[in-house]
Design a protein around this ligand. Structure first.
Ligand code: THU
Length: 129
């Protein structure tokens, strides 16, 4: 699957965002090694701190479905700024994905392609698991 196809799915996922507080809609499309694409969106809450980001929604949904091997992720958002994932989502991705894992971030204007290693160098990993 090429980046544009995965980004299209992330755009679709953003339509499902529950973002009544920020108005900022984010979608994620997580490509699994078996070819499955798992979608995620941001899910906000009246208690703001309970909000879950689109990327973590996708990762947690995939893991709950028994999928833990991932090939790439696309993230799409409304607005003009490219939606680089927050630190928490980078760390969660690093639990399952290596430094060469491709991350595509997109708005309607275009996209950037980078790796998880570029986004999160020296990620935390417990010495003995
Ligand atoms: N958000 C994401 O979905 N992903 C990120 O990586 C950063 C932020 C969401 C959370 C919240 O609903 C909105 O964007 C504003 O922070």
């Amino acid at each position: 699957m090429n980046p544009a196809e995965l980004i299209d799915q992330a755009v679709h996922a953003a339509e499902r965002a529950h973002a009544p507080y920020s108005g900022y809609r984010v979608g994620a499309a997580l490509l699994c090694e078996d070819g499955t694409v798992v979608l995620g969106c941001n899910v906000e809450n009246a208690s703001y701190g309970l909000t879950n980001c689109a990327e973590r929604t996708a990762v947690f949904s995939a893991v709950a479905a028994g999928l833990t091997r991932f090939s790439a992720i696309a993230i799409a958002a409304s607005g003009s700024e490219l939606p680089y994932p927050c630190g928490a989502c980078r760390q969660v991705l690093s639990e399952f994905c290596g430094a060469d894992f491709p991350v595509y971030v997109a708005t309607a204007a275009g996209y950037d392609s980078l790796t998880l290693g570029e986004l999160l160098p020296h990620s935390f990993g417990a010495a003995d698991g």
